[in-house]
Design a protein around this ligand. Structure first.
Ligand code: SAH
Length: 515
């Protein structure tokens, strides 16, 4: 196998940004951005590891140039799923290479403390290498592990947590019960949402897909093995309609044309599909014909929205969303509760695993009916509302007003009267509630990649809820937070769960009990 050349020079900065961007950056990978984007601390881990292990002189002595090739034995996988080897003691990241492989690496980027390289040739192949189903998967992000067999992907995800704990060493980490990662029976076709850029190729054909790593070169994706069928069917049908009707497509260089992005989200339970056209202007030429074709050919589409984004930034969504036809929401069902979703509301991207994630969270929390529960970083309230039947009272918060409105509406929709969601940060609202005399017995936190704010940790240490579950999408910030939390809480177990097969992303549920 010869992976496509990648532009690795942007590799590190592309993954930066510790903010939660609420699905709003258009990069090569929807995976990184749909939920909670990669943060710098993760990338810097690489260098951090290296600095601990070798001296300055070893690093700077190595004379290497871009384009240089050398054989390299791959020792392990890094946290982003790339192969790691050492070229004369200098840590070298080789995406697409696997542990125990011997590759001929070709240097793509030289930095003070590390090298980036691509696979020029594989001399000795890993027994765990598989042929990815997608031919484009080496080009676009979101398929970082698709060349690795699935059992090894699951083992990797558990090991990433172990590596993070080893690095930050929270109290008692050696004895943590790290449970095997819960995987999927079929680790493909799981994504319930596609956010594809739309452009016209040199021949005037409309194409839709993701950017090549680190570039704005769009790769047309007629197939994508991680997307569910509903989203792909609708995307491809829409592309055909745009072509037939000659709807003007956005041109980034000229900043002309109209259609920029297609966002398609499906409900697993109801089969409903919502389509959002992100456009460069309020006007949408051929709107009537387009809506008529959707109605005729795509009866599963029950909601069509338009979002106007005239900015030239890399943000996908503009501020204004209007309805073109149909319903305002699609409805998803999780653990017997219904959730109405507005176009921008956050929902986990893998419905099957979301059910398991929440089941594991419920199990770990082990609520009683008197408990006051806080659902912190609540999104549309999916965790708290799934638990409301088992709790005395639920309070939750999120910084995004739309999500909080959805959460409160969803409480009502499900006849839940003991749950209330507020707009604000966890670190502000939790202490506020406590100072007003409302004390939580149970707490679930599900923060973005940056982890918990220091002030949030301080509050938790003061209030000391008896039951505490930390749902983490970033082992690195999890391990750092556990250093603090470990003074008061003991980790009973860490259950990782694979929400994103074929990618390097790791999700984990941590059960904490008071010491
Ligand atoms: N628990 C939800 C959502 C998790 S995503 C679910 O399972 O679907 C993380 C959420 O944290 C996002 O909705 C984001 O808007 C919110 N968020 C980010 N920073 C926050 C903060 N400081 N306080 C509260 N919520 C925050």
């Amino acid at each position: 196998m010869k992976p496509q050349s990648r532009n690795n020079s942007n590799h590190r900065s592309e993954r930066g940004g510790s903010h939660f961007d609420h699905n709003n950056h258009q990069t090569h990978s929807q995976h990184r951005n749909d939920h909670r984007s990669f943060d710098h601390s993760r990338n810097n881990d690489h260098n951090g590891y290296h600095r601990q292990r070798s001296t300055q002189s070893e690093q700077t002595d190595v004379q290497v140039e871009v384009g240089q090739r050398f054989p390299l034995t791959i020792k392990r996988l890094g946290i982003n799923g790339e192969g790691i080897g050492y070229y004369r003691h200098k840590i070298t990241f080789v995406p697409g290479a696997l542990p125990d492989e011997v590759v001929v690496a070709e240097v793509t980027h030289v930095a003070a403390h590390f090298l980036n390289a691509k696979v020029h040739q594989i001399r000795k192949e890993s027994d765990h290498r598989v042929t990815p189903p997608d031919t484009q998967s080496a080009e676009v992000g979101g398929f970082e592990l698709s060349h690795l067999d699935y059992p090894s992907q699951l083992a990797f995800k558990r090991d990433v947590i172990r590596q993070a704990l080893e690095k930050f060493q929270p109290r008692g980490w050696e004895n943590y019960d790290l449970r095997p990662t819960i995987g999927m029976a079929d680790p493909y076709h799981y994504r319930n949402k596609a956010q594809f850029q739309v452009r016209q190729d040199a021949d005037g054909n409309v194409i839709a897909g993701l950017y090549k790593e680190g570039t704005h070169d769009l790769v047309d994706l007629p197939e994508a093995s991680t997307q569910n069928e509903a989203t792909m069917t609708v995307i491809r049908a829409l592309v055909k309609m745009l072509q037939e009707l000659q709807v003007p497509i956005y041109n980034e260089e000229a900043n002309s044309g109209i259609i920029k992005t297609l966002v398609v989200r499906s409900s697993e339970a109801s089969g409903e599909v919502q389509v959002t056209f992100v456009t460069n202007s309020q006007k949408l030429p051929h709107k009537r014909e387009l809506l008529a074709l959707i109605e005729e050919r795509l009866p599963q589409v029950v909601s069509v929205m338009q979002n106007v984004n005239q900015s030239k930034t890399s943000l996908v969504w503009g501020d204004k969303t209007t309805k073109l036809t149909g319903q305002d929401y699609i409805t998803e069902t999780l653990l017997g509760k219904q959730f109405q979703l507005s176009p921008r509301a956050f929902l986990q991207l893998n419905p099957k695993q979301t059910t398991r994630l929440y089941e594991e969270t419920i199990k770990a929390l082990d609520l009683t009916h008197a408990d006051h529960l806080v659902d912190a970083y609540s999104g549309v309230g999916t965790i708290g509302l799934s638990l409301a039947d088992r709790a005395g009272e639920v309070r939750g918060m999120d910084t995004i007003e739309e999500s909080v409105d959805d959460a409160n509406r969803n409480a009502e929709l499900n006849g839940i009267t003991n749950a209330e969601y507020s707009v604000g940060t966890a670190e502000d609202l939790l202490p506020q509630w406590v100072s007003q005399g409302w004390r939580p017995d149970a707490l679930v936190v599900d923060p973005p990649r940056a982890g918990l704010a220091d002030t949030m940790i301080d509050t938790i240490m003061q209030v000391q809820p008896e039951k505490f579950v930390y749902v983490s999408c970033n082992p690195s910030t999890l391990a750092q937070n556990l250093v603090e939390l470990g003074r008061v809480y003991r980790v009973e177990y860490i259950q990782s769960i694979d929400m994103f097969p074929q990618t390097a992303r790791v999700e984990a549920i941590v059960k904490l009990v008071l010491r």
